[in-house]
Design a protein around this ligand. Structure first.
Ligand code: ACO
Length: 369
């Protein structure tokens, strides 16, 4: 019998990403990608398998720019959803509905899946920005087709031109969230794809999987914790009480990275820089205390959600956008995996060990007590 949660099980092969020792996207280390590339270059790398040339990147950006314009019925739908709908649910619903208005909806060829993937990456970013603008009662404005996804998200959420360091910081975060091998949401996408269901079905299911607090939903919970703790003076007592009460501290622990998540050390300096430039050093102090105590008491290092939540807060992003931002980034990895699955498919269908009652005689309804 396998371990619970498929722990330690190699469930398939992939050429998209390796997390053995280092986090590598199609052969390139995240250490280098997060310094030298924009999110769009990494999106292209994950989807197409190679880094783009200058011309290929320009054309890719043009295709993304064209896809920033959402189909009118999708915008209309966003205006009709109940006003308290969580943004992750908005993303999931929008992803599903986008399929109906995609020109390639009935075409599952590799070329069509690539076109759908590229469009979805751009569309889901604009769905988030649109949903946020509607929620905050602001007029809808067009995204800038010449600007990248990070810049557009910041502009549309804040209604002002972002600082170049903020754009770079969001690019780095999107790059680090873009792909992560057979995590729960990606495995979900691949399982759906393995039935030969379409790309939008697989990504819609993946969004549902990412929503949970043990996965992507943790980044929003991290911010709630940091805000709950408040002042640095409260931090030590708060975390010791939480651990004594056997609370699961969001942003710590990882199924695979037991010695540390390589994404955190890339994000930490960004948190320090942005905290200093935005006057949020107190939150960094709270985070440092919590991290020190969790490491010492539980031997648990933080995962990527721990610095990401702070980074988003320092960028002035509303907390309810944090997990949807993860969706925007991870759509690149999910789509790459769906195409890889469809390229060499075998139905994913594991087995279960039965632990229910042994076979017993059926009792007709009138004789059941
Ligand atoms: N806080 C407190 N204790 C923890 C935490 C945590 N965040 N994570 C694990 N533990 C403890 C467990 O209570 C358990 O202790 P025990 O053996 O005394 O019962 C032990 O560590 C092992 O925990 P498991 O849940 O078996 O470890 P698993 O590999 O399944 O956990 C997981 C991985 C789900 C990510 C877990 O660490 C967790 O719940 N973390 C908080 C949620 C989170 O941050 N999720 C984001 C994941 S990364 C990402 O999506 C980018």
């Amino acid at each position: 019998m396998t371990g619970a949660g498929l722990e330690g099980i190699v469930a398939g092969q992939t050429a998209v990403c390796s997390i053995a020792g280092k986090l590598i996207y199609r052969g390139y280390s995240i250490d280098e990608l997060s310094v030298g590339a924009d999110f769009e270059e990494v999106a292209y790398l994950l989807l197409h398998g190679e880094l783009p040339s200058y011309d290929q990147l320009g054309e890719f950006r043009e295709r993304l720019g064209a896809a920033y314009v959402l189909p009118e019925p999708v915008v209309e739908l966003l205006t009709k959803l109940p006003s308290a709908t969580p943004f992750m649910d908005v993303m999931r619903t929008a992803c599903s509905v986008l399929a109906h208005y995609d020109a390639d909806v009935n075409d599952d060829s590799r070329a069509a899946e690539m076109r759908k993937s590229e469009r979805l990456v751009a569309q889901l970013a604009i769905v988030l920005a649109t949903a946020y603008r509607l929620r905050t009662g602001r007029a809808l404005v067009a995204a800038d087709p010449d600007a990248g996804i990070a810049e557009n998200l910041l502009t549309l959420i804040h209604d002002r031109k972002p600082d170049p360091r903020a754009i770079r910081a969001l690019n780095v975060s999107l790059i680090l969230y873009a792909e992560h091998e057979f995590n729960a949401s990606t495995f979900t996408a691949r399982t759906v794809a393995s039935t030969l269901a379409d790309l939008h079905s697989a990504i819609t299911a993946a969004i549902g999987a990412l929503k949970g607090p043990l996965h992507g939903g943790a980044n929003e919970r991290v911010l709630e914790v940091l805000e709950q703790v408040g002042a640095p003076a409260n931090a030590e007592q708060w975390i010791r009480d939480a651990l004594a009460n056997k609370k699961r501290v969001m942003g710590f622990g990882h199924r695979v990275y037991k010695d540390g998540d390589p994404r955190t050390k890339i994000l930490d300096p960004w948190c320090a820089e942005l905290a200093a430039s935005t006057g949020n050093q107190a939150m960094e102090q709270v985070a440092a205390t919590l991290e020190r105590v969790v490491r010492a008491e539980k031997k648990l290092p933080p995962n990527a959600d721990w610095p990401s939540a702070r980074l988003y807060y320092y960028l002035g992003l509303p907390v309810e956008t944090y997990t949807p931002l993860f969706v925007v980034a991870r759509t690149t990895g999910w789509c790459a995996h769906v195409m890889e699955q469809h390229g060499d498919n075998r139905l994913i269908r594991p087995m279960a060990e039965y632990i229910g009652p042994p076979e017993r005689p059926f009792v007709p309804l009138e004789r059941r007590s």
